[in-house]
Structure formats: C-alpha cells, structure tokens
Design a protein around this ligand. Structure first.
Ligand SMILES: [Zn+2]
Length: 279
C-alpha cells in the first residue's frame, strides 16, 4: 500500500536534537510535556529500533551463521516453512534464544512507567519479542505476531514452549519443529510472514486506538512497513499530537508535531523525568 497522505508542514513541527554528550538532555519541548500532561489517552507505537537498543538484531541483521546464505524472504514465508520446516524453525528458535537472553532497556521501562502517569496508554508494537511485557507493559498489541506464541500450521491451535531460552548453538542449527498435540501438524512460529495478513482484530484495535488518542509516540520505526505505518497518520488526521523518537530521519519527519532525535533509551527516561517535575 502506498502512503498517500498529504504532507503538511505544521508550524509546531520542531526537530529537537538530543545532546551527544553524557550529560542530561534539557531540550524536551515544554509544549510536548504540557500536551502529554493533558492527554487522556496516549498511544506508544514502537518498531525495531527499540529492540535494537536491547541488542536484538533486526530482521536482516539476524542472518548470520547457518543462515547467512539465505534471504530473509526465503525464511519468512509459509512456503519456506513447508519446503524446509527444520531450517525455518531452527532460525526462529535461535532468534527466540537471542531475545530471551536480552533485557528490556530504559526505553521499554520508561514506556511501562509512563502508563502509570497518564489515564490511558496503549502500546502497539511491530516487534515480535516480549521486551515490552517484561518491562511491565500490559495488553501489548503485537501487529506482526510474536516469537513466543507458536501455533499449529494446520489447525491454528496454540502451542506452549518450555520456559526459558532455548539452548541453541551460537551459529544456529536446523531443528525439527514440535508437532501439534491436537492434530499432529507442524508447529510454526507465531509470526506474520511475508505474504500473510496482519491479525485483523489486533490491527483494528490498533487503528481505533490511534484514532482515539490525544498524543502518539512513534519510536524507533522507519514508518515504511505497511499497513502499520498508517498508525501515526491516523492519529494525526484525528487531531492527535505525534511525537517521533528516532536517531535518524524517517518517512514521518514532515508529519510529526515534534521529532526527538536520539536513542529512545535516553530520550524517553528524560521525557518521563521532565513530566514528573512539571506535574
Ligand atoms: Zn494442529
């Protein structure tokens, strides 16, 4: 889907640079803090950049070791799984191990804390890890599924994995997927693969939250992957303030109310601290 929203420069649009030094940041705009203080419903929309700050490789960066010979597209489709389930299951178990060995970073923790500072907060993520949950966020909407909720390829029933990280070799390995206890089909990762639709109920709930919120944070997301990329625009069209947090320029730059440049793990704790002081 192409983005066809009209670009409109807002007089409020401010690009706010984070300091590169080790000291605190003192340039969170006061208008942003006031908008956040007055917001009844805040949506936090996150992408790969937030997980990357916990050391989790992005989709394409995860193609190392055994998988360096493959394209992401060759591992992340239903056809690839049916062709070679051991290869695909092995890759996802190896990624799940990386996730479970990682910890939520200060951005995840600040988002969970912010939920206690505003009347209502909805977390919508494109990430397939559980770092928001482990930081304390609840009812997280996973638009692209989760590494932690596998299901049967044939009958769709959920499958429970043993607790704790799988013990996979550093370079990865082929691994036979478990079989469904109900029908004997292959268990597949609970991820939205290329060519598959996003879960309709989750997408609808995320769009509804974006339309209903007063302020939306778009954090660590390039704003390019559809249909998730519509979410900040839905919020903007409905009159919400949109705050971008990202170290680099993105497709959202011209459409957000404020753009905070820098690491989410630095900027979000600062927003939270300044908000607390301003209350
Ligand atoms: Zn089954």
């Amino acid at each position: 889907m192409m983005r066809n929203m009209k670009k409109s420069g807002s007089i409020e649009n401010q690009d706010v640079g984070a300091t590169g030094g080790s000291g605190g940041i003192d340039n969170i705009p006061v208008q942003l803090l006031d908008a956040l203080k007055d917001a009844g419903h805040v949506v936090v929309f996150t992408g790969a950049g937030v997980s990357a700050e916990s050391g989790i490789p992005t989709f394409r960066d995860a193609l190392t070791g055994l998988w360096s010979r493959f394209d992401a597209e060759a591992l992340a489709t239903p056809e690839a799984f049916l062709r070679d389930p051991e290869l695909v299951w092995g890759w996802y178990e190896w990624r799940r191990m990386q996730v479970l060995r990682s910890l939520p970073n200060p951005a995840h923790i600040a988002i969970a804390e912010l939920a206690r500072q505003v009347p209502e907060l909805t977390v919508v993520t494109q990430n397939v890890d559980d770092l928001h949950e482990r930081a304390g966020s609840t009812a997280v909407m996973h638009l692209h599924g989760s590494l932690h909720s596998p299901r049967c390829f044939d009958c769709g029933r959920t499958h429970s994995l043993p607790p704790g990280p799988p013990n996979e070799p550093e370079g990865g390995r082929r691994l036979r997927p478990p079989l469904c206890a109900h029908c004997g089909g292959w268990v597949r990762p609970g991820i939205v693969w290329f060519g598959e639709s996003l879960p309709e109920d989750v997408l609808a709930a995320a769009f509804a939250a974006a339309r209903a919120c007063d302020l939306l944070f778009a954090i660590g997301t390039s704003g390019l992957v559809q249909p998730a990329a519509r979410i900040p625009f839905l919020a903007k069209q409905a009159g919400a303030k949109v705050v971008q947090v990202n170290p680099t320029a993105t497709a959202l730059d011209d459409d957000c109310t404020w753009s905070l440049r820098g690491a989410a793990g630095v900027l979000l704790p600062q927003v939270l601290k300044d908000l607390t002081q301003r209350k």
